[in-house]
Design a protein around this ligand. Structure first.
Ligand code: PMP
Length: 414
């Protein structure tokens, strides 16, 4: 198998601009996941790599008819520039979604619409961090957030998490250590629900503890919550933002509950930060796309989105159950915690094996995953891999884990 995923920072040969780039461009790296895409998406490969939502249950036909009508009836708005803060109608609509996570005190003016949460992470880092500033983040960490932090030359300090999410004592300790070094912590970045990649959820007992520590040390929390509504048992956890309006910047997205292709997400922030976010959005993109935002409102206004989310929950639960059962059948000597929701299982492989080194052999065996190293900024993670159960059917998941076991079994024997 000659095609290897390219995860290195690519150097273009004979680039006449070599030497001219800003240092922040030098620190940009290709995500290991994007680099895997081409290989993992070949039909013969069972991809347990990407976190792509399964969209075949979307009512594309009916929705497209309504969108076509909207583009004509409201064409003067849909095809036009819009507000840098985002469409008012959509900013009203997202309030009902946040109510499901107990966020009840938000007004449309507190909301900023962004080009996907990814863009929101870029904006909050842009307005809060200078090069060399410290951000605390769960380790392992969402790879896209790591990419943003790297591109702003931020020092990411890892804080441990376990199956109940971020560990409060480790959070406080990390702040104290940074203070001893004379550093302020600009914010804590956390994915409290159905973490990517760890699958962990911050327990209800830990949430007020984390908030209390953040308040005591005046550390902002950036709560990234794209999976919160995708709990398998239907339990929604109270968002950190629902417990503290002053110290939390909240981010959520339509990518996992409707479709990522629209690139629509939203942020809620205290007034000063919100004001800066709108300015940053304007300078980065002028305004979020009216067409995309109006596509979302057309969907929300005309379809039973709550049932659709319930339907997704059931589907992802079945896929997670299948992966868990297949792991118990084929890889009982590995360890993992079965998640309560979301898209991912974080698998620990036996001591001495290296998930990154093994990946080309897995691709040869026609199964793909993301090596644990993608989720750390310091080379850790060789003993883990992220397995996504969101996209392949249960049959493919079962087969994928079987193939993976042949690779891991062979590694153990060498
Ligand atoms: N945050 C997390 C934790 C994610 O898993 C993802 C997508 N994989 C994002 C943000 C980015 O989502 P969006 O499509 O809204 O940019």
């Amino acid at each position: 198998m000659s095609e290897k995923p390219n995860t290195a920072s690519k150097v273009i040969k004979n680039d006449p601009w070599f030497g001219s780039y800003a240092s922040r461009a030098e620190s940009m790296r290709a995500s290991e996941i994007r680099a895997l895409f081409a290989v993992a998406n070949r039909p013969e490969v069972v991809s347990l790599a990407g976190g792509m939502p399964y969209l075949e249950r979307m009512p594309f036909g009916e929705l497209s008819e309504l969108i076509a009508k909207m583009m004509v009836d409201k064409g003067d708005v849909a095809w036009q520039y819009g507000s840098a803060q985002g469409d008012q109608h959509l900013r009203e609509d997202v309030l009902q979604i946040m109510e499901l996570e107990n966020i009840k005190d938000v007004q449309p003016d507190d909301v900023v619409i962004v080009n996907g949460s990814q863009s929101g992470l870029d904006l909050i880092t842009r307005i809060m961090c200078n090069p060399g500033d410290v951000v605390l983040a769960e380790a392992p960490n969402y790879v896209g957030a790591l990419g943003v932090f790297q591109s702003f030359q931020v020092d990411v300090v890892n804080v441990l998490l376990d199956k109940d999410g971020l560990i409060p004592e480790a959070f406080e300790q990390a702040i104290i250590e940074q203070h001893k070094l004379g550093k302020q912590v600009k914010f804590l970045y956390t994915v409290p629900n159905f973490h990517n990649p760890a699958g962990a959820t911050m327990s209800e007992e830990r949430r007020p503890k984390i908030l209390e520590i953040a308040q005591r040390y005046h550390v902002l929390i950036v709560e990234d919550n794209p999976y919160g509504l995708l709990s398998f048992k239907g339990k929604t956890y109270p968002a950190l933002r629902s417990l503290d309006a002053e110290n939390v910047v909240y981010l959520s997205s339509f990518s996992k509950i409707i479709a990522p292709g629209m690139r629509v997400a939203w942020m809620v922030a205290p007034p000063g930060i919100r004001h800066k976010l709108v300015l940053a959005n304007e300078s980065a993109i002028l305004c979020p796309s009216n067409m995309s935002q109006m596509t979302v409102t057309t969907y929300l206004d005309n379809f039973d989105w709550k049932s659709q989310i319930n339907d997704y929950r059931g589907m992802y639960k079945e896929r997670c159950d299948t992966m868990d059962a297949a792991l118990r059948e084929y890889l009982p000597y590995c360890s993992w915690h079965k998640p309560e929701g979301g898209f991912y299982i974080w698998l620990q492989i036996p001591d001495g094996l290296d998930s990154r080194a093994m990946l080309p052999r897995a691709i040869t065996a026609k199964v793909a995953y993301v090596a644990g190293t993608a989720f750390y900024n310091n080379g850790q993670g060789t003993d883990h891999m992220r397995l996504s159960f969101c996209y392949p059917t249960p049959e493919r998941i079962h087969e994928g884990i079987r193939r993976l076991s042949t690779v891991i079994d062979a590694e153990r024997e060498t």
